[in-house]
Write a protein that binds this ligand. Structure first.
Ligand code: GDP
Ligand code: MG
Length: 410
């Protein structure tokens, strides 16, 4: 356990002064730090799925780091392996727990329930991150930061550690979107090495079971205005096979951001397409001449735009049911939502479509069921009917989503 007058880490005495100050390194522990329990138990949580090759060294190095920092540390391994990882982990003194469900996020969620520490460190069990990085990260928690993120992009990525697709496209793109939408101000949103105080962790609403848990934690931290720091770290090549799937997991991160912010992803582009479709369709129809190609394009834009708009509402309604405090725009729209209003609108559109259809039938009858030249009206009937049907089923779906979410339909 830490003693007053001791340094965080023996090697830090030689640190350059300003770097040391910047990272809070080489800080000498005071009586106050000890009595205020600033320095207490640290829980390192490691999720594992077949990491037998590396988990032993990972735990040993973590324990050595705790000892060097004079911190009381516990290592929790949340294991869903079939290769004997758990045996190795418990033989090295880690507490091994089998999560009820598979999934990176599920492992952490269970780990948080079990951890005793006031500070909690998250790290992979594949030695791609060095446990020694805790030496740079933990002092920042002592300095008052709530969450300390490792940054591989600001640090060093060893050759072969990260596929170019992730390093140059996926990671910067997803991190960029996340920063723009949530003002997180970080450079590597998917870094698996992080440290957080228990107090801060308890304010986060974390639920994701898969890899998107990594995004959820950052989004929640930024939304709750936690004090976030970044530490450049080194990323090493992995030994066993990665459990990450570039495309399905990349999409899951994106879907998660859409759930929190449906307005820029769905509502705005949907509205744009809808308005363009509306102008084109109405323009062509009112001109009276037969311009089937323009009308087809207009109808297509209308249907796509409307569908995106509705999808935005579905994301918003699901977000409310999921327990997110959604965007103001969505909240406003949802507060005006009622199943009856949407059903009425849908019926009105459907009836308009039927009227167009009936007019075609009537003119056909008047011409003695001869050759028919009413493609433009037929197209209008089709567009209006599709919009009507979409509205009716969307209304029903949103009502279902909101059944248990506490939203009051007016
Ligand atoms: N318990 C558990 N651990 C998992 C699961 N999927 C991945 N992991 C572990 O989570 C960590 C991160 O996964 P990894 O494959 O390294 O992903 P990457 O770092 O993004 O390539 C590793 O230690 C994995 O063994 C899972 O379903 N359950
Ligand atoms: Mg990994």
């Amino acid at each position: 356990m830490a003693r007053p007058g001791q340094r965080w880490h023996p090697e830090l005495d030689d640190c350059q002064e300003d770097t040391a100050r910047l990272w809070g390194l080489g800080k000498v522990l005071t009586d106050e730090d000890i009595t205020e329990k600033i320095v207490s138990v640290v829980s390192l949580i490691i999720p594992t799925k077949n990491e037998a090759e590396t988990i032993g060294e990972c735990i040993e190095r973590a324990q050595k780091t705790f000892a060097e920092m004079n911190l009381e540390g516990e290592v929790l391994v949340l294991d869903s392996s079939t290769d004997g990882t758990s045996k190795i982990a418990s033989s090295r003194g880690a507490r091994v727990i089998k999560p009820d469900k598979l999934g990176y996020g599920n492992a952490y969620l269970r780990g948080f329930e079990e951890a005793r520490g006031d500070w909690i460190v998250l790290m992979d069990g594949d030695l791609t991150y060095s446990p020694e990085e805790m030496v740079k990260m933990l002092p920042l928690l002592a300095d008052g930061y709530d969450l300390v993120m490792g940054s591989r992009l600001k640090g060093k990525i060893m050759p072969g550690a990260m596929p170019p697709l992730h390093q140059y496209i996926g990671n910067p793109l997803l991190t960029g979107i996340l920063n723009r939408l949530f003002s997180a101000g970080i450079s590597d949103a998917h870094c698996g090495m992080r440290a957080i105080t228990r107090e801060a962790l308890q304010t986060l609403n974390l639920k994701s079971g898969g890899m998107e848990f990594a995004s959820e934690m950052v989004i929640e931290a930024a939304s709750k205005r936690l004090k976030i720091a970044e530490v450049p770290i080194t990323y090493h090549p992995r030994k066993g096979a990665s459990k990450l799937n570039s495309f399905t997991d990349g999409w899951r991160h994106l879907r998660f951001m859409m759930l929190y912010r449906p307005v820029p992803f769905l509502l705005v582009p949907g509205l744009l397409a809808l308005v363009m479709g509306l102008i084109l369709t109405a323009g062509v129809y009112l001109q009276g001449e037969s311009r089937m190609h323009s009308l087809t394009l207009g109808g297509l834009l209308l249907v796509i735009g409307y569908q995106m708009l509705l999808a935005g509402l579905h994301f918003g309604a699901f977000g409310a049911a999921y327990g997110l405090s959604g965007s103001k725009t969505i909240e406003k729209i949802m507060s005006y939502h009622s199943l009856e209003k949407e059903l009425l609108l849908g019926m009105a559109l459907l009836v308009a479509g039927i009227i167009f259809g009936a007019r075609i039938l009537m003119s056909w009858e008047a011409s003695g069921f001869g050759a028919l030249d009413a493609a433009q009206n037929a197209m209008m009937a089709m567009i209006l009917s599709i919009l009507g049907i979409q509205t009716i089923f969307s209304g029903m779906f949103i009502s279902l989503l909101l059944l248990n979410s506490g939203w009051q339909e007016d």
